[in-house]
Design a protein around this ligand. Structure first.
Ligand code: GDP
Ligand code: GDP
Length: 437
C-alpha cells in the first residue's frame, strides 16, 4: 500500500503547483473521477525508489458555511486518510487568519503534520518563515513549489517517517500466491453485497485471519482449490447502512486497492445505467493497466425493456473497455456471481502469460505475409521480429525499420491480430513499435 500525502491549505498558497510537481514523475497517474472527487485531485508520484499517493484537497479556509461547509468537510476526509499532511502557507502573503483556523483544526488531529512555507523564491526564507512559528505545528520548512526548490528533500524526509506496515509473514505469503481481486465502483452499486456473496459461497473457504494494511482488509480464501484474496476497500464488509456507505466511500482506498490488485471487478448498477462516474472509474482502472472484469449488478427484477436499454448503453459507451468480459449479475440473489470467476482466472492468466520471441515472431511473419505493410517513400517498411517486453499488462514489442511511419490502421491490424490469435482477454495489451534493435 502506498503512503498517502495530503496537501492542505487555504486557496492560492500553491497546493496545485506542488501537486503538479509531485505527480510529474514518470508514470504518474492522476485520477480524474468527476462527481466523486469534488474539487479534490489524486495522483501518484515517486521520489527515488519510493512511490506515494498525493491528494490535493482543494482550497479550504476552515470558515466555510452551508454547502461550502459540507464540501470542506469532505475535503478534510482526505486528512483522515493521509499518512502525512503537508500544511501549506504562503511565505509572501504572510500569516492569514484562515491559516490559524486550519492550524487549529490540524493540531487537534493526531496526524503527522508538516508546516510548509511556500513561495520562498527570491525572498529571505528566514524572514518568510518568521510569521509562522507561532502556529504550533513545529518548525516550518521553506520551499518554492514553482521552482521545485526544497520539494524533493521534503518528500524524502516525510516518507521515511511513514512506518512500514507489519503484515504477518505467513499471511503475506498466502496473499502473494493468490489472485488479488479488488471490487470497486461508485457508492451503492452493490460492492458490499457482492463481496459478501463472493465470500459466502458454499465452495469458499475463508481463512480465519485477515491482513490489515492501514485501512484496507485483505481477505484470503480458496475456491475450488484456487487461491484468491479480496481487497476490501473502505470496510465494505463491515458496513451497516447506506448512509455510512456513502460517507465511507474513499477514493484513496480505491486507488490503493486497484493498484495492488491483479484483477479489478468494476461494479455498475444496471438499474442506473452506465453513468459518467462509472466511465471515469473504468478509465482510471484501465490507465493502471490492471486486468478488468465488468459486472452489471442488480440485474434481478429488471424488465425486458430496461435490460435492452442497458445493453444498448453498453454497446455505445463501453466499447473502449471491449477487452473486458462483462457479467450480468445479482449480488443480492447470487445469480451470475460464480461465473465471474471464470473471467477473473482468464484475465489473470492472460496478464501473466509468457510468449517466446520465436512464437511472436512467427505470428508477426504470418500477419505480414497476409497483409504487407505499406511503402514509405519508395521503401517497404520491414517488420523483423517481435518479443514480449513485459507482463501484467502484457507488452508486445514489434521491431523493424521505419516503424515510426507505420500507419495507425496497420498498427491496429497487428494489435487486433495478436490479441485475437493469442486469445488475450480481460487484460489490456500494450504494443510498442521500435526501429533498430
Ligand atoms: P492553490 O490554490 O493553493 O492550489 O494555489 P496554486 O498552485 O494555484 O498557486 C497560486 C499562485 O501562486 C499561482 O499563481 C502560482 O503560480 C503561484 N505559486 C505557486 N507556487 C509558487 C512559488 O513557489 N513561488 C512563487 N513565486 N509563486 C508560486
Ligand atoms: P456499495 O455501496 O457499492 O457497497 O453497495 P451495497 O452493497 O451496500 O448495496 C447498496 C444497495 O443495493 C443495498 O440496499 C443492497 O441491498 C442493494 N443491492 C445490492 N446488490 C443488489 C442486487 O443485485 N439486486 C438488488 N435488487 N439490489 C441490490
Amino acid at each position: 500500500m502506498l503512503p498517502v500525502i495530503a496537501l492542505v491549505g487555504r486557496p492560492n498558497v500553491g497546493k496545485s503547483t506542488l501537486f503538479n510537481r509531485l505527480t510529474k514523475s514518470r508514470d504518474a497517474l492522476v485520477a480524474d473521477l468527476p462527481g466523486l472527487t469534488r474539487d479534490r485531485k489524486y495522483g501518484e508520484g515517486r521520489v527515488g525508489e519510493k512511490d506515494y499517493i498525493v491528494v490535493d484537497t482543494g482550497g479550504i479556509t476552515g470558515d466555510e458555511k452551508g454547502i461550502d461547509y459540507e464540501m470542506a468537510r469532505q475535503s478534510l476526509q482526505a486528512v483522515d486518510e493521509a499518512d502525512i499532511v503537508l500544511f501549506l502557507v504562503d511565505g509572501r502573503a504572510g500569516l492569514n487568519p484562515d491559516d490559524e483556523r486550519l492550524a487549529d483544526y490540524l493540531r487537534r488531529k493526531e496526524k503527522e503534520c508538516f508546516l510548509v512555507v511556500n513561495k520562498t523564491d527570491g525572498i529571505d526564507p528566514d524572514v518568510a518563515m518568521g510569521d509562522f512559528h507561532g502556529l504550533g505545528l513545529g518548525a516550518p520548512t521553506p520551499i518554492a513549489a514553482s521552482h521545485g526548490r526544497g520539494v524533493t528533500a521534503l518528500i524524502e524526509y516525510v516518507l521515511q517517517l511513514v512506518p512500514d506496515v507489519e503484515v504477518d509473514k505467513a499471511l503475506a505469503d498466502v496473499i502473494d500466491k493468490s489472485v488479488k481481486i479488488a471490487v470497486v465502483g461508485r457508492p451503492n452499486v452493490g460492492k458490499s453485497t457482492l463481496v459478501n456473496r463472493m465470500l459466502g459461497e458454499d465452495r469458499v473457504v475463508v481463512f480465519d485471519k485477515a491482513g490489515t494494511t492501514r485501512d484496507s482488509v485483505y481477505i484470503p480464501y480458496e475456491r475450488d482449490g484456487d487461491a484468491y484474496t479480496l481487497i476490501d476497500t473502505a470496510g465494505i464488509r463491515r458496513r451497516k447502512n447506506i448512509k455510512e456507505a456513502v460517507e465511507k466511500f474513499s477514493i484513496v482506498k480505491t486507488l490503493q486497492a486497484v493498484r495492488d490488485a491483479n484483477v479489478v471487478v468494476v461494479v455498475i448498477d444496471a438499474r442506473e445505467g452506465v453513468t459518467d462516474q462509472d466511465l471515469s472509474m473504468l478509465s482510471f482502472v484501465m490507465d493502471t493497466g490492471r486486468s478488468l472484469v465488468i459486472s452489471l449488478n442488480k440485474w434481478d427484477g429488471m424488465d425486458y425493456e430496461q435490460k435492452e436499454r442497458v445493453r444498448e448503453q453498453i454497446r455505445r459507451k463501453l466499447e473502449f473497455a471491449g477487452f473486458a468480459r462483462m457479467h450480468f449479475i445479482s449480488a443480492l440473489h447470487g445469480s451470475g456471481v460464480g461465473d465471474m470467476y471464470g473471467s477473473i482466472d482468464e484475465a489473470y492468466q492472460c496478464a501473466m502469460e509468457k510468449w517466446s520471441t520465436s512464437k511472436l515472431t512467427r505470428l508477426l511473419e504470418d500477419m505480414v505475409a497476409d497483409h504487407q505493410p505499406p511503402m514509405v517513400s519508395g521503401r517497404r517498411i520491414k517488420l523483423r521480429y517481435a518479443h514480449q517486453g513485459g507482463s501484467n499488462p502484457p507488452i508486445i514489442v514489434v521491431h523493424g525499420n521505419q516503424t515510426d511511419s507505420l500507419p495507425g490502421s496497420y498498427k491496429r491490424y497487428l494489435e487486433n491480430k495478436f490479441t485475437q490469435v493469442l486469445a488475450i482477454k480481460g487484460t489490456p495489451v500494450r504494443f510498442e513499435f521500435r526501429t533498430g534493435d
